[in-house]
Design a protein around this ligand. Structure first.
Ligand code: UD1
Length: 344
């Protein structure tokens, strides 16, 4: 019998790509989402890519413990991948209570339901934001976490700690935290991708929206950083590569291959790319010119961060495969597909 994975927040950007990879790897999936930050576009895309019209979808809010318990009563769940959380850094500074309430209580409810339903494997989607401005690069999982610079970042640290403490206390509960670097791109089918609401906060959706004419001009935040071209360095990880890492992590949990009950893995490429390099690569692979200007630094940005992904390479058997060129071409194909749809 196939194992069943619950994907909370499964209709969103990362969740939809992970759902595709899980199904293609032979897992049963239940998708649950409150639709607070997405519509059904990506879920419909997931059904098309996988050819599976029957993927169970539950519209629910994970802050409602009764609803989470009902979900676990209704399905035998072997593992949970928890994405359901708010993720806008700036908004979290303006509305910390909203962020702490939602991101912490939804995760606590998942753990409580997992615990009371016979134990379960829980994969938490964490972020490289927990490393802050690193003293040594690249960062390994043993690099120190720094005090969070935003309530959003703090919720990632707190949830990691909650998971670590919970697996210690409750036999049968196992946990993995994946620390993502900068997930970008879209599925090569152009049927699923990023759907930011309003003005995008992140770089790549801002680039593609500028290229399509939705935004007038991209501001590159800071060209006076102590890097070769003066712009920040990040580790941009292709969304399909990132999604595949979840399949390897779930398999490790379900096959009883974990070496500790709580494990952490960096999910990145190990390759630093500057903001300017990303912009010029986007122009080159997609044969266009992007309207951009240099603007002052953005508050809270770190100069440089990239992963040492050795642990994930060795223990999960996972490796980032797609090139930045392929990823940026997929991101552009998705933006064009969205524009075509808007005109239909
Ligand atoms: C942010 C979050 C991170 C989260 C990630 C993906 C922090 C500090 N960062 O990372 O936790 O996982 O988003 O959602 O919590 N840039 C521009 N112009 C723009 C937008 C961005 O120049 O219009 C630059 C930024 O200054 C930065 C780089 O592009 O140097 C990447 O920015 P962004 O995509 O927002 O990701 P991060 O801030 O690295």
């Amino acid at each position: 019998m196939s194992k069943r994975v619950l994907v909370s927040g499964g209709a969103g950007f990362i969740g939809s790509h992970v759902t595709v990879e899980l199904i293609q790897a032979g897992y049963e999936v239940v998708v649950a989402d409150d639709m607070s930050n997405c519509d059904l576009t990506c879920f419909e895309g997931v059904k098309k890519i996988t050819g599976r019209e029957d993927i169970p979808f539950v519209k629910m809010n994970f802050c409602d413990l009764d609803a989470v318990n009902r979900l676990f009563d209704g399905y035998r769940i072997d593992a949970v991948i928890h994405f359901a959380a708010f993720k806008a850094v700036g908004e979290s500074v303006a509305e910390p209570i909203k962020y702490y309430t939602n991101n912490l209580s939804s995760f606590l409810n998942v753990l409580e339901a997992a615990r009371t339903h016979g134990g379960c494997n829980v994969l938490f989607s964490s972020s490289a934001t927990v490393y802050g401005e690193p003293e040594k690069l690249p960062v390994t999982e043993a690099s120190p976490r720094q005090s969070a610079t935003s309530p959003y970042g703090n919720t990632k640290q707190i949830c990691e700690d909650i998971l670590r403490d919970s697996v210690k206390a409750y036999p049968g509960l196992k946990g993995i935290a994946l620390r993502y670097f900068n997930p970008i791109g879209a599925h090569p089918s152009a049927l699923i991708g990023e759907l930011p609401r309003g003005v995008p906060n992140n770089l790549v959706p801002f680039i593609t929206q500028t290229a399509i004419g939705k935004r007038e001009c991209l501001s590159i935040f800071g060209n006076d950083y102590p890097t070769e071209d003066g712009t920040c360095l990040r580790d941009y990880i292709d969304i399909v590569d990132l999604a595949k890492a979840h399949v390897y992590a779930v398999r490790r949990m379900l096959d009883g291959k974990m070496e500790q009950d709580y494990e952490i893995f960096n999910i990145g490429t190990g390759r630093p790319v500057s903001v300017l390099e990303l912009v010029t690569t986007f122009e080159k692979v997609n044969h266009l010119k992007l309207n951009y200007k240099f603007a002052p630094r953005r508050a809270g940005d770190v100069t440089a961060i990239w992963a040492d992904p050795t642990l994930a390479n060795q223990k999960l058997g996972w490796k980032a495969e797609r090139t930045v060129e392929e990823t940026l071409s997929a991101a552009w194909a998705w933006e064009k597909r969205l524009a075509e749809r808007a005109h239909e």
